[in-house]
Design a protein around this ligand. Structure first.
Ligand SMILES: [Ca+2]
Length: 202
C-alpha cells in the first residue's frame, strides 16, 4: 500500500488545479471524479484480489455522476472479492474537522453479501472500518445514486490520512462510485454543488 511521495505530491497538485471552489465549503483537500479515465487514478493505490472483478473504469452512459467516467467494482459469485482503492495521503494537521463525501450506486439488499466499506488509516497500514452501505432486507434504496457524507473528524489533526474504498464479500452487487471529496474544516459539503444526479435503470 505504499505510494511514492513524488507521485502523491504530483497528484495533490493536479487535484488543486482541477477542483472548483464550488464543490465544497470547507478546504478541498482531495477530489477525484475519475475523469482521467483510469482506475486506480494517478496517485491512488489499489489492492487486487480478483483481477477480473476489481475496481475498474466505468463509462457506460448514465453510470456516472459527472463527466463521462466513474469507478465500478463488478460483482461475481465464485470467490470472495477484497478490492481496494486507496486515496493519496491527506494532511489534516491544521483541521479540527474533516468530511468525506462521494456518490455511490449499488444494492442495499445485496450489501449483506458484499459491501462497500470506507476504511481510514493514519499510517497506511492499519485501517478502521468507518462506514458501509446500509443493508435493507427489502432492498429499499437500491439502484439509486446516493450522495454520502462520512464524518472523518476523528482523524482531524493527523498528518497522514488515507481513505480506502473497499469492496468486500461474495455474490453481492456491483458498486459504482464517483465524485469523491475530502474537505478539511467543519462545514458540510453541499450536494447541490454537483448538478444533476444521473440515475441508472430510470
Ligand atoms: Ca465522473
Amino acid at each position: 500500500m505504499n505510494i511514492s511521495v513524488k507521485k502523491v505530491l504530483a497528484t495533490i497538485a493536479v487535484v488543486f488545479v482541477s477542483c472548483s471552489a464550488a464543490f465544497a465549503t470547507g478546504d478541498l483537500l482531495l477530489f477525484e471524479n475519475f475523469e482521467g479515465g483510469i482506475v486506480p487514478p494517478d496517485g491512488w493505490d489499489s489492492v487486487v484480489t480478483v483481477p477480473a472483478y476489481t475496481w475498474q473504469i466505468e463509462h457506460r452512459v448514465g453510470y456516472y455522476v459527472d463527466g463521462i467516467y466513474s469507478a465500478i467494482c463488478p460483482w461475481q459469485a465464485s470467490e470472495t472479492q477484497d478490492e481496494w482503492l486507496i486515496s493519496p495521503v491527506v494532511n489534516l494537521t491544521d483541521y479540527s474537522g474533516a468530511t468525506l463525501s462521494f456518490y455511490w450506486y449499488g444494492s442495499t439488499y445485496y450489501a449483506d453479501n458484499a459491501n462497500l466499506h470506507i476504511m481510514v488509516s493514519t499510517d497506511g497500514s492499519n485501517y478502521d472500518d468507518v462506514w458501509e452501505i446500509p443493508y435493507h432486507s427489502d432492498g429499499h434504496g437500491s439502484h439509486n445514486w446516493t450522495f454520502q457524507i462520512v464524518d472523518l473528524s476523528a482523524y482531524a489533526g493527523s498528518p497522514n490520512v488515507y481513505v480506502g474504498f473497499r469492496y468486500y464479500g461474495r455474490n453481492g452487487d456491483s458498486v459504482i462510485i464517483d465524485v469523491i471529496t475530502l474537505a478539511g474544516g467543519t462545514l458540510p459539503v453541499e450536494s447541490s454543488s454537483f448538478g444533476r444526479i444521473k440515475t441508472i435503470y430510470k
